[in-house]
Each structure stands twice: as structure tokens, then as C-alpha cells.
Write a protein that binds this ligand. Structure first.
Ligand SMILES: Cc1cc2nc3c(=O)[nH]c(=O)nc-3n(C[C@H](O)[C@H](O)[C@H](O)COP(=O)(O)OP(=O)(O)OC[C@H]3O[C@@H](n4cnc5c(N)ncnc54)[C@H](O)[C@@H]3O)c2cc1C
Length: 536
């Protein structure tokens, strides 16, 4: 059991939507304080981005080491390109040690080197400060948290249950708060209304808006869209992070090659760079095109490296660039990155030997629901919506600014899951209100799913072509027109149909795409992950 985040006199009923690191961590904190928690999750409990996280979790365990903490703060601020909320960054870095110890308390087994933790470095970090479980850190965290949840008495896990819309206390009046959630039971196809004194949205990101993404299929922006429909504000949506090194394959969800591999010395080359490297006696870094974009070369922050890869592929017409590891210690690599090694073997590639073909893929939602320092979801970017919290990737706390520093997201998720829990425990709502059933009058079972499939393809193509790594006003305007049309089409189907997973996700993806495009169009400067060539 996790140490309690406080004690509570009332036993309230809390619904958490999502079973990644944020949702599970908060569930354990709330149950430790005596609350009844229902975690609803779209697929199996472990299906989440968390489960796929490779590199690790950044954080300083020793709270007395002010210098190390300041260095983590500085790197985060630098990566965020001038718009991180410094108060939030300091708070997350200072609380990191206690929250990572919470993970250790539930049995997360981070890699050790003797008595100490083995620490790694990734792009944008000036020091080794990332704890990891080889190259499958997220799976280890999910394993330990899910096991603790399964053993707890007051947490119910409702898997294959899809949150559809929030139930407001007074319909259309966000300031009155929320009192439940309508869900679709994917096994029975039935809608049900679940009452709640508080709702924690922990639904992760929305990588499936683009044709190539590192995200699992559950990442379709549902939580963001449903909160926005209930009056929540969002911010910084234009900042969507593309990971520079996803394995080039026909797969829509390409396998991620963790940045930690570049932290250990992996270097990015284009076709010419590879030829020149093979001809001479130099180390590969001398030939990297990334040096034209930053002195840090392949280890610059993700925004810079992803843009460098995108630009180089556009100039040369190649489908990918190459990640070189043949100059590194093979044994060490294979010991540290066993999952990457076995995945590469499936493609007849060998770590430490072959050039690895990589290209950028949609990875992380930096913007999100506008929340305060206690993870309360805000309306008008100012007033909290009573009973509604946003934690993990779905929320925009201000920590990441315009570009997330590698391995800071798992950390941010646990710090804010704890803060949300503590806030609710000290300010419990215990109304036990009844909730209305889903109104299904005049709706019919959806017979043809083909139009939804086509609309989804159009949506992903639009986002890939027009709202990708490099943007322009004309392309953004084109996307806007297409999204308006898609919204109209989806709305027509929505009004007439009993919801299905495909329909719900498409409706949410279109909503989130509009928020991203609108924010991108409104920006008058290039910063971090937002790059509009008309603004150069
Ligand atoms: C391949 C990959 C590698 C990564 N590596 C790292 C790393 O090394 N370090 C790092 O810090 N970050 C990493 N990240 C990012 C990090 O993993 C995520 O930001 C983080 O795990 C998000 O946690 P979360 O709890 O907010 O969401 P998730 O872990 O994505 O969980 C979301 C949950 O919500 C559920 N859900 C979604 N919609 C609904 C709905 N409508 N109803 C019910 N349930 C729903 C999902 O099923 C899932 O259980 C990586 C991400 C990916 C994809």
C-alpha cells in the first residue's frame, strides 16, 4: 500500500478514468485515505502509454542535494523554451524524491549498480538523473501499481469500460461541478451512468491523431474532449511532441527507439553521412546532420532533433535517417536495451551492428487541460470546476512549457496524482447525488462503420500533412476547413446513433484536433515544438 496522502473523515466515492501511472497512483493514494475508488479503463488495466515507456523517470532522490535539483530545474526550463511555469517546475523537482520513494514502496524495481540506482541520461539532460528498469521502465511501473491495486480492498477496476461524457451537476453550468460519468461497457455494448463525488481524468494523450505514432491504441484524447464539452479550458495545445527516433516500418504504431540509446552515444546520420562515416576513421558524431541544428548534435532536445530529421528527410527525399550504434560497446548495449535488441531482431537488424532506420512519430501531448497546482481542472483558465481533476499527460500543468524534457512526464504524473489526491482528501465532497441515465431516445444501432473509418483516415492524413512538425498558415487554414467538415459529419452520425467505441473516439479526436489547430493558428511566434515557416 502507498503511504497515505492524508486522512479523511468522509468516505467519498471517486471515479478515476484511466489506468496508466497517473490513475493508478492516485487510486492508491485515495484508497489509503479511506476513499472508495472506481478506476474505469478502456481496455485491460495495463493498456496505456505508461506500459510502453522505455527510457525512465527523471528525478533527484536526495532532497538535500540542492545543486542537483537546480540542475534538473534548469534543464527543464531550457527545454521548455522560456514558457515553463517555474513554480510548477520547482515543485515537481522538489517532490520527485518522495514520489519516487512511493514507487519503490509499491515494489517498482529500478535498475541498480551496487547499492546505488543506475542512472541514465537523455536528450536535453546535462546530468545522469534518470532511473530506469532496463529499457522497459513503464511496464515495470504498471506491473507494480496494478498489483497493488488488485490487492487493495477499496479500489474497483472496471476494465473494457469507456468513459463517454461527464455528468454535470447542472447541465451547461461548469461552475456547479460534476457528479458522475456516462460510460460504454465494451463487453455488453450498454451505456451506464456512474455517480461520483469527484472525477480524476487520467486518460493520457492523443497520438492517434497522426498517421504514425508511438502511442498505444487507447490514446485518442477522450478525457480532454469530454472535459472540454463540460466547460473545461485547455492550453498550449499547439505543442505536440514528435519523437525523433521511431523505428521506420509499415506499422502505424512504430516501435520507439528510446532516447537513452542516444544518451549512451547513438548518433543520427543521413544517407550521405553514413557513406562518409563508413569511408573514414572518424567517430560517427562528426558526420551528423544534427550538428547543423545544435551544438549538442544528436542529443539536443526533442523539438530540435525531430525538426532536423523531418527537414533532412524532406530535402533528401529519404523515408528515414539512420541511428548508428556500431561504435559502442555491444555487450553493454544489449544488457541495457534487451527489448530494443529483440525488436530489432524481428526486422533482421542487430543492435551495436546495423544502422537502424528511424523517423519521427507523434509521441506526447504537451498541452492539455488547464489545471492549477492541485490538478483541479479550470474553466476560463481561472476557476476550478468543482470535483474535477486532471492528472498525467491529459493535463497541462505548466511543467513542460513549449517542449517536454525527456523522462519528465512519468515524474509529473506521480507528483500531480499525489497533489490531486491530497487536495481531495483535505476538501472532500460527499454529496452522493443521483445521476440521470444516458438519453437514447431516437437513436439507432450504427449499421455502417465504413464512413467512420474513412473520416478517421481523412483526419489523420490532415493532421499529418497540415498540422505536423513544420506548419504554415495556409496549411493550418486548410486543416481548419477539413476539421469543420469532419465535425459536421461526425455530429450528424452521433445524434442518430447508439454510441460505439469507433464513433466515440472519432468524435473526441476531431474535438482535440480542432483545439490543436486553433491554438497553432493563433500563435504569432515560433517556440519549442510549434514551428510555422511563415513566422521565420
Ligand atoms: C512508447 C513510449 C515511450 C515513452 N517513454 C517515456 C519515458 O521513458 N519516460 C517518460 O517520462 N515518459 C515516457 N513516455 C510518455 C509517458 O509514458 C506518458 O506520458 C505517461 O505514461 C502518461 O501516463 P498517463 O497515466 O497520463 O496516461 P496513460 O499511461 O496513457 O494511461 C491512460 C489510460 O487512460 C485510459 N483511457 C483513455 N481513454 C479512456 C476512456 N475514454 N475511458 C476509460 N479509459 C480511458 C487508457 O486505457 C489508459 O489506461 C513514453 C510514451 C510512449 C508512448
Amino acid at each position: 500500500m502507498l503511504p497515505s496522502a492524508g486522512t479523511s473523515v468522509h468516505m467519498a466515492k471517486v471515479v478515476i478514468v484511466g489506468s496508466g501511472i497517473a490513475g493508478l497512483f492516485a487510486a492508491l493514494k485515495l484508497e489509503a485515505a479511506g476513499h472508495e475508488v472506481n478506476v474505469i479503463t478502456k481496455q485491460r488495466p495495463q493498456d496505456s502509454s505508461t506500459n510502453w515507456a522505455q527510457g525512465g523517470i527523471a528525478g533527484i532522490l536526495d532532497k538535500t542535494d540542492g545543486e542537483a535539483m537546480q540542475s534538473h530545474i534548469n534543464d527543464t526550463l531550457l527545454s521548455g523554451d522560456g514558457i515553463c511555469d517555474e513554480v510548477i517546475v520547482r515543485c515537481v523537482v522538489e517532490e520527485a524524491g518522495d514520489r519516487i520513494r512511493d514507487l519503490l514502496a509499491v515494489g517498482v524495481d529500478f535498475e541498480k549498480e551496487g547499492e546505488d540506482f543506475h542512472l541514465v541520461k537523455e536528450g536535453g539532460h546535462s546530468e545522469r538523473r534518470i532511473l530506469h528498469a532496463k529499457d522497459a521502465t513503464g511496464a515495470e511501473i504498471e506491473r507494480a501499481l496494478n498489483m497493488a491495486v488488485a490487492q487493495s480492498r477499496n479500489i474497483t477496476m472496471s476494465s473494457h469500460t469507456l468513459g463517454v461524457d461527464l455528468i454535470q451537476r447542472v447541465h451547461g453550468v461548469p461552475k456547479k461541478g460534476v457528479k458522475g460519468i456516462w460510460c460504454l461497457c465494451l463487453d455488453s455494448g450498454e451505456m451506464k451512468a456512474i455517480p461520483a463525488d469527484a472525477i480524476l481524468i487520467a486518460t493520457g494523450g492523443c497520438g492517434h491523431l497522426w498517421e504514425r505514432t508511438t502511442n498505444p491504441s487507447v490514446s485518442t484524447g477522450d478525457g480532454l474532449a469530454m472535459a472540454v464539452r463540460a466547460g473545461a479550458s485547455n492550453k498550449n495545445m499547439a505543442f505536440f511532441q514528435f519523437h525523433p527516433t521511431a523505428l521506420m516500418s509499415r506499422n502505424k504504431t512504430p516501435f520507439l527507439i528510446t532516447e537513452a540509446l542516444r544518451g549512451e552515444g547513438g548518433v543520427l546520420l543521413d544517407d550521405d553521412g553514413l557513406i562518409n562515416y563508413r569511408k573514414g576513421d572518424d567517430t560517427p558524431d562528426k558526420h551528423s546532420f544534427t550538428l547543423e541544428f545544435s551544438d549538442l548534435g544528436s542529443l539536443a532536445t526533442r523539438d530540435i532533433v525531430a525538426r532536423a530529421c523531418d527537414q533532412r528527410m524532406k530535402v533528401t527525399g529519404a523515408d528515414n535517417v539512420w541511428l548508428i550504434t556500431d561504435h559502442l560497446d555491444k555487450e553493454k548495449l544489449r544488457n541495457h536495451f534487451p527489448n530494443i535488441e529483440s525488436k530489432l531482431n524481428e526486422y533482421n537488424l542487430s543492435l551495436g551492428v546495423d544502422p537502424i532506420p528511424v523517423a519521427p512519430a507523434a509521441h506526447y501531448m504537451v498541452g492539455g487541460l488547464s489545471v492549477d497546482i492541485n490538478a483541479r481542472v479550470l474553466q476560463n483558465n481561472a476557476d476550478p470546476i468543482p470535483g474535477l481533476y486532471g492528472i498525467g499527460e491529459v493535463a497541462c500543468t505548466g511543467m513542460h512549457g513549449a517542449n517536454r524534457l525527456a523522462s519528465n512526464s512519468l515524474l509529473e504524473a506521480i507528483v500531480f496524482a499525489d497533489r490531486a489526491s491530497r487536495h481531495f482528501i483535505s476538501n472532500p465532497i460527499n454529496e452522493g447525488e443521483s445521476v440521470p441515465n444516458w438519453r437514447a431516445d431516437g437513436t439507432h444501432r450504427l449499421i455502417e462503420h465504413a464512413p467512420l473509418v474513412r473520416d478517421l483516415e481523412t483526419l489523420r492524413k490532415t493532421m499529418t500533412d497540415d498540422v505536423g512538425i513544420v506548419r504554415s498558415f495556409s496549411r493550418l487554414n486548410r486543416a481548419k476547413r477539413m476539421l469543420d467538415l469532419l465535425e459536421t459529419e461526425v455530429d450528424l452520425i452521433w445524434r442518430k446513433s447508439i454510441p460505439t467505441r469507433e464513433l466515440i473516439e472519432l468524435r473526441n479526436l476531431v474535438e482535440v484536433a480542432k483545439q490543436i489547430t486553433d491554438d497553432a493558428m493563433s500563435r504569432t511566434e515560433n517556440r519549442g515544438l510549434h514551428y510555422n515557416k511563415d513566422l521565420i
